[in-house]
Design a binder for this molecule. Structure first.
Ligand SMILES: NC(=O)c1ccc[n+]([C@@H]2O[C@H](COP(=O)([O-])OP(=O)(O)OC[C@H]3O[C@@H](n4cnc5c(N)ncnc54)[C@H](OP(=O)(O)O)[C@@H]3O)[C@@H](O)[C@H]2O)c1
Length: 253
C-alpha cells in the first residue's frame, strides 16, 4: 500500500472557532482559512466579529459561552450553514489577577464560567454533532498556566481553570476516541494579544516574564496558530488527549 502523504491541508472541512475574532483565536482562524477550511468564528461582540470576518473571509456567528442555549444555537447554525462540523477550536477566555485570599466567590465563578464551563458547553455541543458524523477534531485553548504558576502576578482562579481544561480535554479524548472524535488542547505561553496588553506595558512585569522565558520574548499570535492547525489536521490523525505546550520554553524552568 502506498503511504499516504502527510498533509496539514483542511480543504473541504468546516471549522468553528470560538474566540476567533481576536488574538490567538483569530490567528488560528486565519491559518485554517489559508489551509483551505471554511471558517466560522463565534464570540459576543458583534461589531468586532463582523469586522474580523469581513477582513478574513470567515462567517461570524454570535454566541456567549456562559449560556448553553446560545452555544447550542450557534453550533446548530454552523451545521445548518456548512452541512457538517469537522473542526472546532475553543479559545474563549478571561483572566483575573488577584491574590488568592482576596478572590471573591463571584470572581472565581466568573473565571470558571468562561474558561472551563464555556469549553464544557462548547465541546458538548460540538461533540454531539461530531459523534453523530463519526468523525471530528476539537482543539481547546488551555494555557501554560495549567502547568506552571505564573509570577509576579497572582492568578489562582485562572491557573486552576486552565488545569481543568487540560484534564477535561483528556477525559473527552478517552471517551470519544472509539467513536472517531479526537480532542486535544494547546497551552500557549505569554502572547501579544489584548489579554496581556496592560501587563506588557508594565516594564518590570514584562521583564520578569522575559527573564522566566528561555526564548526571552513573548509570542506573536500566529506563532501559536500552527499548533492548533496541526492538531486539527489529518497530520495528527493518531494524536488525541494531548496538551501541546507552545511557550518559548517557559515551563522548562
Ligand atoms: N495571551 C496570552 O498570553 C495567553 C496565554 C495562554 C493562554 N491564553 C488563552 O488564549 C485564549 C485566547 O486569548 P487571547 O490572548 O487571544 O485574548 P483575547 O483576544 O481577549 O481573546 C479572548 C476571546 O474570547 C472571547 N470571549 C470571551 N468571553 C466570551 C464569552 N463569554 N463567550 C464567547 N466568547 C468569549 C472574546 O470575544 P468577546 O469578548 O467578543 O466575546 C475574545 O475573542 C484564552 O483562552 C486565553 O486564556 C492566552
Amino acid at each position: 500500500m502506498r503511504t499516504p502523504e502527510v498533509s496539514f491541508r483542511l480543504d473541504g472541512k468546516s471549522a468553528f472557532i470560538i474566540g476567533g475574532a481576536t488574538g490567538i483565536g483569530k490567528a488560528i482562524a486565519t491559518s485554517m482559512l489559508a489551509h483551505g477550511a471554511t471558517v466560522y468564528i463565534g464570540s459576543r461582540n458583534v461589531e468586532v466579529g463582523e469586522r474580523a470576518s469581513a477582513e478574513m473571509g470567515s462567517v461570524f456567528v454570535p454566541l456567549d459561552v456562559t449560556d448553553s442555549g446560545s452555544v447550542d444555537a450557534a453550533v446548530d447554525r454552523v451545521v445548518s450553514l456548512a452541512g457538517r462540523l469537522d473542526i472546532a477550536v475553543n479559545s474563549p477566555g478571561g483572566r483575573l489577577n488577584k491574590p488568592a485570599e482576596l478572590t471573591t466567590d463571584e470572581e472565581w465563578r466568573d473565571v470558571f464560567n468562561v474558561n472551563l464551563d464555556g469549553i464544557f458547553r462548547a465541546a458538548r455541543a460540538q461533540g454531539r454533532v461530531m459523534l453523530e458524523q463519526g468523525v471530528g477534531s476539537i482543539v481547546n485553548v488551555a494555557s501554560m498556566s495549567a502547568l506552571a504558576v505564573n509570577t509576579p502576578q497572582t492568578q489562582s482562579a485562572y491557573n486552576a481553570s486552565k488545569a481543568a481544561v487540560v484534564m477535561y480535554t483528556k477525559s473527552l479524548a478517552a471517551e470519544w476516541a472509539p467513536r472517531g472524535v479526537r480532542v486535544n488542547s494547546i497551552s500557549p505561553g505569554y502572547t501579544a494579544t489584548a489579554m496581556t496588553e496592560k501587563s506588557r506595558a508594565e516594564p518590570a512585569k514584562l521583564q520578569a516574564w522575559l527573564d522566566l522565558t528561555p526564548q526571552a520574548r513573548v509570542a506573536e499570535p500566529w506563532e501559536i496558530a500552527g499548533s492548533a492547525l496541526f492538531l486539527a489536521s489529518g497530520a495528527a490523525s493518531f494524536v488525541t488527549g494531548h496538551n501541546l505546550v507552545v511557550d518559548g520554553g517557559y515551563t522548562l524552568w
